[in-house]
Design a protein around this ligand. Sequence first.
Ligand code: MIG
Length: 786
Amino acid sequence: MEDTSFAIHPGKESAVNEERYYDIGNVLVEDLGDRHVSFVCEKGFVQVLFTSEKIVRIVMNPNQQPLLDDSFVVENTIDPANVTIENQVDTITMKTSNIEVKITKNPLRIQVQDVNGNTIVSESDYGMVIGNQGSVACYKDASPDEYYYGFGEKSGFLNKQGEKLEMWNSDVYAPHNPETDPLYQSIPFFMTLRNGSAHGIYLDNTYRSSFDMRTEADGNYIFQAAGGQLDYYVCAGPTPKEVIEQYTSLTGRMPIPPKWAIGYHQSRYSYESAEEVKELVRTFREKDIPLDAVHLDIHYMDGYRVFTFNQNRFPDPEKLIREIGELGVKAVPIVDPGVKADAAYQTYYDGVTNDLFCKYIEGDVFFGDVWPGKSAFPDFLNPKTRNWWGKKHEFYTAMGIEGIWNDMNEPAVFNETKTMDEKVVHRGENSNRLHKEVHNVYGNLMAEATYDGMKDLMDGKRPFLLTRAGFSGIQKYAAVWTGDNRSFWEHLEMAIPMCLNLGVSGVPFSGADVGGFAHDSNGELLARWTQFGAFTPYFRNHSAIGFARQEPWSFGEKYEEIVRDYIQLRYKWMPHLYTLFQESSQNGVPVMRPMFMEYPDDPETYTISDQFLIGEKVLVAPILRPGVTDRMVYLPEGTWYDYWTGEMFEGDKRIITHAPLEKLPIFIKRGAILPEGEAVTSSSQSSDKIKIHLYPEEARSHYTWYDDDGSTFAYEEGKYALYLIDLQLENSQVNVQFNCTHAGFDSTWKSVEFKLHGVNETDRVVINGNEVDHRQPIVLKRSHLK
Ligand code: MIG
């Protein structure tokens, strides 16, 4: 009983931890503004307002009038101009052009509908409840035909109906099982899909929270937080993409990463010396395997002191960075929050003397054990600390480093609770907060300090930051990797829904350690994982100390060849991937998408966890088991082509595809237009030749290919290029229009070759008004472009 929703049944006397829960009760006083309404109820204070025509915000504070500008994340709290409010005896109706909120007063219950009267979210028997120990919770009606996605970084399969998810940033080295929860990230947001319509709920509360989606027993789901306000937003959709667009309008979007961050990264815990790093990079170049970055794990430091290099093993880091830089490779050092307690160490000395570390209320610094031994932790809630920490990165930028890897920032501590004492008091600009409240945003605040600091120091270049911990909005600062997975086939399989749900949760730039972190990898697993990794937004091979090495060549030539081919494939796909990253920076829609995102009306897609889409029209179906060379793939409605063979399939059915070890099943939908570059050895090289693959259909299709310098913020001043490609197959004639529609950046490619797929020998092909012979390569010089 303890563990079911019954535990927080309102009016039930015995509940979890003996906290008692009470219904919000009846409205005692109501106050109607122009665009909002507020209530004093029996057990709390409530305000209902809008942040856009499609987003309603509901805030309940058990003790006082709701605070509206107390968020760690949401900046845009402006309500829209057009809200009409009607007050009746028992109900109040609030309407925008898109949604209608119906509030019944006795007791207070809130229904959100679209303008056609379709329910978005509803409350009946239960609504908001308040615990007598500070918890706040909300019940919503649930129906069996609902599917739930998002919740940030979660193990298990894609759909979370029937699961209970918790939010409390945690360092989990123990094998990630379907039930392992919580992990490193807390993103209290989810999307519901019901009969093809989607909406989202974002609970803007940083305390430990939970989402109980085990709805079958009583027809409710519940979200709950251990303190603070019940402050949540309903994003009305109605498409999955619109929900993400709405959610990220509140929590922010990823800036366009530097191109090198989207290339292939090689990591190991640890490459222990400058010699080893140089040897590694040389080997990549000798073997002609593309590489953009090498990660420096904790052994680069002097006694694990951040902002230092070990003098014996890395005697001249600046020279190392320069030398690998000449081969097109960047170094990404790890930076943990723990600062070694050592009075002779400048960072610690400055932190103590300037009062920048986390403390107890009585004034004692909080110490925890991490890699360097006894350590203090920067109080990132304090803007002075963030500023200091950011500036300290000059240590790295001065030697040419452009990327940082934040680890252990949950924060992780080697003790029983695995983290900082909840009673530590963080000191913010205007108010102090207990660690209990700040815990889940500690990683975000560290990321903000690091990203902003690096950006200030890098003279117009884009920094790259990788983080393990985060909260909603982490996408504004960092890419996320899914932490300490293992070299298990099961973890390869699990990485798909994990990354997909991160994407649904506003974090498009994610990936899992390719090959698996802990445990011993093997050639077949590495080959299959690299095939998959080549299509994850973040692509890094990483492995742990004491386990088999897993550089591309570690398991012999047969596997090395496959790994090389797929890393090269990644680089060929770069123009398309980069375009998708740019789009995501504009609207939040992820690069790597669950099937339902493009096919919300097709229930067959709702639970698919083992295949995904890159953009709209590319379907990837990795092999996830040893010895397997055939798998089933669900092709949604439409016509699809096998990427490798060109074989055509009519969709709306499952097929079995043959995939020997060297083949990753990829399918391209008819209507697709895909720019492809060359297999360069790092993103510092550009492709002279671009191929544009065209899969024409009767319906007109188009594609806007984005290009810029890949490394600076000049694009913000319009210094980018857009190429619009328009495609149609009409009466055996393929018409292609290829135009530069924004010429703010002088692209470096010299020619494009158009590759037609799925056309007949006898079809005519007309490009920009000129008929061409498509049995010959069709090449257009950039200089000929209008
Ligand atoms: O407790 O820095 O997840 O990627 O290699 C281990 C050493 C600390 C955990 C990270 C992992 C990294 C490792 N770190």
